[in-house]
Write a protein that binds this ligand. Structure first.
Ligand SMILES: Nc1ncnc2c1ncn2[C@@H]1O[C@H](COP(=O)(O)OP(=O)(O)OP(=O)(O)O)[C@@H](O)[C@H]1O
Ligand SMILES: [Mg+2]
Length: 504
């Protein structure tokens, strides 16, 4: 982690008061440093200018007194004059004064250091040169060197004292700011935070005292308002929850009742179907006996009526059989008689059964069964029932001129026989498809329906196919027709059926 990041983390973790103090101290210190820098520069140049002026003045005065001595060649007086200039300089800033003739030859000089040499010019040393002339005639010059180190050290001392003073001001202002920040910001914010905590802990009746009309006061009011709204929402939620709970209880009870009713319905269907089966078989047997002439010869009219009765008995038997099958499947007690079965045999029989009806209805009944369809472990009677219902439906829902097709092939990848029963009939709306295998479900309303039946065929078919470890699916387009597709696992090479595990 970089130092900058560490500092930032440290700063972020500080309290509000400390943050305010640090920001103020740093900005005041920076401003102080900037101002001191500018002040030093300004003071320096002011004092240096002053020194140049006063040096020029002294040099001019010296030139005025030196000129007569020079003209009279009184070098002793001249020397006294330059010595006097150096001696009178209490601050000891004039380090060298020299008088030169027009050729630049040094005539006399006074120096604070021993020797004749002029000091080297530098930033700390200024040189003032004044001509010795009268009426436009030049007789030489006076050079004077003044040291600035004293000025500079004085400026430094002033700046240092100012800096010290500034530091004191910073410390005092930081302390004052901290005090003010604590009183005006940090303390109210802390109080606000403590109050907000009460609200966040669920004490929605708590009211934050509003002590001012500034931003903090507004914030407190907003918090109180928010707590009020939360309280209202909470009570609305409680009411909604109680309602939901009541509804849930009602639904649960209704569901329980429905389950009981459903159970009773299944029991009722099972019992009634069972009870109807024996008298129906008896009626059927007697009609067959009469039609066979075993109870005396029936005339043509009687035979015709008996054939009608027989037809109705067959339909009734079909309804009773399907109801019984449905109650067996619903109870989960469907028994699949496992046998090595060639599906083509079952499909041939079904197609033969419907050949006459299809031609009477002017329908094309097509059969396309692949050769060598692998055998499966199946129940011939039950599978016959499935395909019978599917072909019956297809014929019922297809108008004259249409086609019903039975297509069977082997799906080698998934090792299953596929049977597709398709038609070019009315088709089924998409939204109905998901309910199609639900017991007693029929797409057409009972009043407009022409198709006979109870809506059990597909539910029973699904139970039988799944009992074989297979699947049944449907795809359909209104006005174009439907395809019912059944997939059944085939026997393994050694004769053990892939579906055998599912077969009781
Ligand atoms: N090939 C099809 N074309 C159009 N609609 C179909 C087709 N097959 C089934 N249906 C719709 O699905 C419903 C349910 O069919 P299902 O075979 O379960 O019952 P059902 O034929 O009405 O009576 P049943 O119990 O005698 O079979 C039908 O009533 C019909 O509305
Ligand atoms: Mg049907």
């Amino acid at each position: 982690m970089t130092i900058f990041r560490r500092l930032r983390n440290y700063f972020n973790n500080l309290g509000l008061g400390k943050k305010v103090v640090i920001i103020l101290s740093v900005t005041t210190a920076l401003a102080g440093i900037l101002l001191s820098g500018l002040g030093t520069e300004r003071l320096n140049s002011l004092l240096v200018d002053q020194k140049i002026n006063s040096s020029t003045e002294i040099a001019n005065t010296l030139a005025a007194t030196a000129l007569p001595d020079l003209l009279t060649n009184d070098f002793v007086d001249l020397q006294d004059s330059t010595d006097g200039v150096v001696a009178r300089d209490d601050r000891q800033e004039i380090v060298y004064v020299g008088v030169y003739d027009t050729a630049g030859k040094l005539l006399v000089h006074s120096s604070r250091q021993a020797g004749k040499q002029t000091p080297a010019e530098s930033a700390d040393m200024i040189k003032t040169s004044v001509p010795l002339s009268i009426n436009g005639r030049n007789f030489g010059r006076v050079d004077m060197y003044v040291s600035l180190s004293r000025i500079k050290s004085n400026v430094l001392a002033v700046v240092l004292s100012l800096a010290g003073l500034l530091l004191l001001v910073i410390v005092a202002s930081a302390a004052a700011t901290a005090f003010v920040a604590m009183r005006m910001i940090v303390k109210p914010v802390r109080n606000l935070a403590a109050s907000a905590k009460q609200i966040s802990e669920g004490n929605l009746d708590f009211k934050i005292p509003v002590k001012s009309e500034d931003e903090l006061g507004e914030l407190s009011q907003d918090f109180n308002h928010m707590a009020q709204i939360l309280k209202e929402r909470q009570s609305e939620l409680r009411v909604a929850y109680e309602k939901l709970e009541r509804n849930y209880k009602a639904i649960r009870e209704a569901y329980k009742e429905l389950r009981e009713l459903d159970h009773m319905k299944s029991g009722f269907i099972a019992v009634v179907s069972h009870e109807l089966k024996t008298p129906l078989s008896l009626i059927k047997g007697y009609i067959e006996t009469i039609l066979a002439g075993n109870l005396g010869k029936a005339n043509a009219r009687q035979r015709e009526k008996l054939a009608l009765v027989m037809n109705s008995v067959d339909r009734l038997s079909d309804i009773v059989d399907k109801s019984l099958d449905f109650s067996i499947i619903e109870r989960g007690s469907l028994v699949i008689e496992q046998q090595n079965l060639a599906l083509s045999k079952v499909l041939d029989a079904v197609v033969d059964e419907f050949a006459l009806e299809a031609s009477e209805r002017e329908l094309d009944l097509e059969k396309d069964i692949s050769d060598g369809l692998p055998h499966l472990a199946g129940d011939e009677i039950r599978l016959h029932q499935v395909f019978h219902n599917l072909v019956a439906n297809a014929i019922d829902f297809t108008s004259a001129g249409g086609t019903v097709r039975v297509h069977a092939y082997f799906d080698a990848e998934h090792r299953q026989d596929i049977v597709e029963i398709s038609d070019t009939g009315s088709g089924i709306p998409k939204k109905e498809l998901r309910y199609l295998f639900t017991p007693f479900y029929q797409v057409e309303s009972p009043t407009t329906r022409k198709h006979p039946g109870m809506g059990l065929g597909l539910a029973v078919a699904k139970g039988i196919v799944e009992g074989h470890g297979g699947t049944i699916t449907v795809s359909s387009r209104v006005g174009k027709g439907s395809i019912f597709s059944i997939a059944l696992p085939v026997l393994d090479g050694d004769g053990a059926g892939a579906a055998a595990d599912n077969i009781k």
